[in-house]
Design a protein around this ligand. Structure first.
Ligand code: S3P
Length: 439
């Protein structure tokens, strides 16, 4: 069977009002924390994308009963801290890096063996960044050349760790927090720079005390999670495609409703504003400084003249998943844009620096691939052509947005994985005004 592709014809206007689906990071965590909590957890606004559905199935394989009365409404019947059961088969995480890494932390302290696998892309991604610190805590965990399958042997008990993260990674931080929660003593993690803090916030709402002191996060082992209600906001990383679309082409504005605006996620807004973008954020609930809640806002964007910038490295972890679409904005800006300090982009669902450099070159956008970043010279209009998403959802959606400045159609190969994070992307893109067909 041939892999699905998009064909996107050039249009020069977008607009209207959209609501993007639920946040992927928060949906994964709500399922997992609900699974090991005492009592029931009700999740609304759940992202019914392939990645989160993989997490849901894995929990079922571990003996957690889960109901889904509606697509985005999930009831997790928590089994409590000692209640997970040995799985009968390998646990398949699909394309989901967050699932495999957080499950490593969740499963390493358990009294049963488990094997964690995934799809072709996930089987190539680095896992020692999590396995290493877990081993120092006493876990018996093996990877193959640093990659999955991850083999975990039954634990006889783990101990707390003091660990300085070598890279700003929420997945590594969260895995260690989940292991620390099930270990003896108090675990301390020091972050080199802030990364998304959904785990810390959500553990708080499940009744777990997580202490933060500057760059240090501390968690005491042995605390029990209590089931709760989780309202998942719209995914900022999905909204990002339409934020850039609006900045490129919304003459009369484009409104995105109910978007999660946790400040550890919204670096893209800051980068685009530095380029001159007109982006307005209308808070709708939750507060930035409330440790247990996720802030939500409506975001309005308008067509703006963009100027290239040198991206401050401090913004990189705060916009890590938005770089593919940010590079599209940079390709449409006047002058040069430079991103450095973004080596992590090479170990995402694809090598996102290489994938974007290659696709932009195909469209005729001058760029230079750097070891840890990308240099781009923007242009008012570029060409069309066939670009390969390399099976990476965010690369596929970014090149669809690029059609707003293309003179000819853009064909995007291998787009099935858009369903991992944003199953309704094509529908919403059409609602906004994009001309996109799937073949
Ligand atoms: C995520 C953390 C980030 C991000 C990923 C989701 C999470 O990965 O890229 O899409 O939910 O914790 P890293 O922690 O590896 O940077």
């Amino acid at each position: 069977m041939s892999k699905p592709r998009y064909k996107v014809s050039p249009v020069t206007r977008v607009g209207g009002e959209l609501t993007v689906p639920g946040d992927k990071s928060i949906s994964h965590r709500a399922l997992m924390f609900g699974g090991i909590a005492e009592g029931d957890t009700e999740i609304t606004g759940f992202l019914a994308g392939e990645d989160c559905l993989a997490t849901l199935r894995v929990l079922q394989n571990l003996g957690v009963r889960i109901e889904r009365p509606e697509e985005q409404h999930v009831l997790v019947h928590g089994v409590g801290p000692e209640g997970l059961k040995a799985p009968a088969t390998s646990l398949d995480m699909g394309n989901a890096g967050t699932a495999i890494r957080l499950f490593m932390g969740l499963l390493a302290p358990q009294r049963f063996d488990s094997t964690l696998i995934g799809d072709e892309s996930l089987m190539k991604r680095p896992m020692e960044r999590v396995a290493g610190p877990l081993r120092s805590m006493g876990a018996n965990i093996q990877t193959r050349d640093g990659k999955p399958p991850v083999e975990i042997r039954a634990s006889g008990g783990m101990r707390a760790i003091d660990y300085a993260l070598p890279v700003a990674s929420a997945q590594v931080k969260s895995a260690i927090l989940l292991a620390g929660l099930q270990s003896y003593g108090r675990t301390h993690i020091v972050e080199p720079a802030p990364s998304r803090d959904h785990t810390e916030r959500m553990l708080g709402s499940f009744g777990v005390e997580v202490l933060r002191n500057g760059p240090t996060i501390a968690i005491e082992g042995g605390q029990t999670l209590r089931g709760t209600q989780v309202r998942v906001p719209g995914d900022f990383s999905s909204a990002a495609f339409f934020i850039v679309a609006g900045v490129l082409a919304a003459e009369n504005g484009l409104l995105l409703r109910n978007v999660g605006v946790n400040p550890t996620r919204t670096g893209l807004i800051e980068m685009l504003r530095q380029m001159g973008a007109d982006i307005r954020v209308y808070p709708q609930g939750g507060r930035d400084d409330d440790p247990n809640r996720e802030p939500i806002a409506d975001i309005e964007v308008r067509k703006s003249r963009l100027k290239g910038i040198k991206v401050p490295e401090s913004l990189v972890p705060l916009s890590i998943d938005e770089f593919p679409v940010f590079f599209v904005a940079a390709a449409c800006a006047e002058g040069e844009t430079l991103v450095r300090g973004a080596l992590e982009l090479r170990v995402k669902e694809s090598d996102r620096l290489a994938a974007m450099a290659q696709g932009l070159t195909t469209l005729g956008v001058e760029n230079q691939l750097l070891a840890d970043g990308l240099w781009i010279r923007g242009t008012d209009r570029f060409g069309g052509g066939t670009v390969d998403s390399l099976g990476d959802h965010r690369i596929a959606m970014s090149f669809a947005i690029a059609s707003l400045k293309a003179r000819a159609p853009i064909e995007i190969l291998d787009v099935a994985n858009v369903a991992t994070s944003f199953p309704s992307f094509v529908d919403l893109a059409r609602t906004a005004g994009l001309q996109i067909t799937v073949g």
